[in-house]
Design a protein around this ligand. Structure first.
Ligand SMILES: Cc1cc2nc3c(=O)[nH]c(=O)nc-3n(C[C@H](O)[C@H](O)[C@H](O)COP(=O)(O)OP(=O)(O)OC[C@H]3O[C@@H](n4cnc5c(N)ncnc54)[C@H](O)[C@@H]3O)c2cc1C
Length: 511
């Protein structure tokens, strides 16, 4: 059997038969199989947008060549009675628990929210009544913050290629489309993610994992640098290893860990707003046409750097998506973005955020807990402005002219938009930086000024960062903090990969 790698340019709506015909023509083979390694959209020339497809043809009619490297992590199985307790069922916690189970450990996974079915109902109720369930919302519940998200599975970190392959393989087994294995910008959307989360849970239970919903970690007891037991709402749980993976919004868990000697430092993070446009504006700006066969919806990625100002960039862009209210607890007004697999809502939204230095804004260096309080104060200010989850908003064009907006037309946000002066809500250096950047973005995306800035986007990453020794919490022998809450990972894939790395450290430490 031989291998031949091809780099092909394919039209945007090509199908498997087109690909096979091209392979037959180039390789002159009849009996073959192929593996697509990467597929990305080349939109540099809007008049000739196409897919770039890299694939390897495998055939007995080809001599030599190299087999494609698509290997994922290998989890060694240990005969052991060791127990691990994992807290949080987001991407980091779930994959940490799953890998520990594959490694032969006795695994208990504790999640303070309900299962994904109940969570779907709770979200509908929140958007109907405006009453937030503090255990079951866009941030909390089975699957973590990643479940009702845009479901972009992109990650630029090169050092997690094998973990990434492992994650995608599990997703595909659990019902995700195979294309995520090769697309340069893989995307699932909330409707597929909810199904995947449910199927992965069943696989975890079938393999012997113990999963407890509606149970919150309250405290951890330590003895001589070792965690010995966890106090949860449903009782005390002993274990040999503890992996905390509670995301970046569980501030009471941060406080408990810091009180127990777990070390964090403050770090830079980003704050801004969601900007929403009609998707057609973005499609026309990027493709010069309102739609492109075979491609769901156009996206964009923007950055602007200016001396003495914060850099401003687009983050978590959701083509064909919706802006959603994503506070983890009541009384905070925070927005985020989501979409479904088809990306077929008529709107495109993206966070437009300023990468801030908190000491610069606060006027002095802040301790980790002070950083969390600083952020909470801003999130409460946005809530108090509307005394609800209605989003303070302004059109980009009005913001740039220094005025408020009289009325907003159609939008995707489930609550109302309330006309607001963002210069009164945000620290001045943020609005000054955003104003400079938005002027630049108007030249990069035609019609950008027609967008609406809505709400506060404040939870793009953790404002604090864990101090690690290897993968462990520094100073502790058996305590890990995995995922986005550690401040060392961000997004679904890198958080899941961080959970896997913590779990592999546990498995490898067992002799
Ligand atoms: C609306 C939205 C859209 C997003 N879109 C994308 C996207 O398209 N692509 C992307 O890569 N990222 C996206 N993100 C970010 C992504 O979801 C997170 O980076 C990722 O989920 C972090 O994973 P994690 O496991 O570290 O933490 P989380 O997903 O936050 O999971 C933490 C879990 O711990 C539980 N928990 C917290 N405290 C406790 C406690 N004390 N006891 C027990 N359980 C506890 C929570 O209920 C939660 O389930 C989005 C986030 C949101 C909110």
């Amino acid at each position: 059997m031989g291998f031949r790698t091809l780099e092909l340019k394919m039209k945007t709506d090509y199908g498997p038969d087109d690909l096979k015909n091209v392979i037959r023509k180039i390789c002159r083979v009849r009996d073959f199989d192929y593996v697509i390694e990467k597929q990305s959209l080349d939109g540099r020339n809007p008049m000739e947008i196409h897919w770039l497809v890299r694939l390897t043809v495998i055939s007995p009619e080809i001599k030599g060549g190299t087999e494609p490297d698509i290997s994922s992590i290998k989890v060694p199985f240990k005969r052991t009675t060791k127990k691990v307790l994992v807290i949080g069922s987001g991407p980091a916690g779930f994959f940490a628990a799953y890998v520990c189970l594959m490694g032969g450990l006795d695994v208990t996974l504790v999640e303070m929210g309900p299962d994904v079915y109940q969570r779907t109902k709770d979200l509908k109720e929140f958007e109907r009544t405006g009453v937030l369930n503090e255990r079951s919302n866009y941030a909390y519940g089975e699957g973590g913050a990643g479940t009702f998200s845009d479901g972009k599975l992109t990650s630029r970190t090169k050092s997690i290629m094998r973990e990434k392959r492992f994650i995608f393989e599990q997703y595909v087994k659990a019902g995700a489309p195979e294309e995520i294995l090769y697309l340069a910008k893989p995307h699932l959307g909330s409707n597929i993610l909810t199904k995947v989360v449910k199927n992965l849970r069943q696989e975890f239970i079938d393999r012997g994992g113990n999963l407890i919903f509606n149970n919150k970690l309250l405290d951890i007891k330590f003895k001589n640098g070792r965690a010995v037991s966890a106090e949860t709402e449903q009782g005390v749980i002993d274990a040999d290893y503890f992996i905390v993976a509670v995301g970046h919004s569980s501030y009471d868990t941060y406080r408990m860990l810091i009180n127990n000697g777990v070390q964090f430092i403050t770090k830079n993070f980003a704050i801004g707003t969601r900007v929403e446009h009609y998707q057609e504006i973005i499609n026309r700006a990027k493709w010069r046409t309102p739609s492109l066969p075979g491609v769901k919806a156009a996206d964009y990625s923007l950055t602007y750097n200016f001396d003495q100002m914060f850099s401003v960039y687009s983050f978590c862009m959701c083509p064909g998506g919706k802006v959603v209210p994503a506070p983890p607890i009541a009384g905070l007004n925070i927005v985020n973005g989501m979409s479904n697999y088809k990306r077929n809502y008529p709107f495109a939204n993206s966070a437009i955020v300023a990468g801030i230095n908190i000491a610069d804004l606060a006027g002095r260096e802040l301790e980790p807990l002070e950083s969390l309080d600083w952020l909470l104060t801003l999130e409460r200010k946005f809530y108090e402005f509307s005394n609800s989850y209605n989003a303070p908003a302004v059109k980009v064009s009005d913001f740039l002219k220094g005025r408020t907006t009289a009325s907003f037309g159609k939008h995707s946000y489930p609550f109302e938009l309330m006309t607001a002066d963002f210069r009164e809500l945000f620290p001045q250096k943020i609005t000054d930086s955003m104003a400079l950047a938005l002027k630049d973005f108007m030249h990069k995306i035609w019609g950008f000024e027609e967008g609406t800035m809505m709400g506060l986007e404040s939870r793009t990453s953790s404002p604090i960062q864990l101090v690690r020794d290897g993968m462990l919490c520094a100073g502790f022998e058996n305590l890990y903090f995995a995922g986005e809450g550690s401040g060392l990972a961000g997004g679904i894939v890198s958080s899941a990969a961080d959970g896997i790395k913590c779990a592999m450290d546990v498995v490898d430490s067992i002799v």
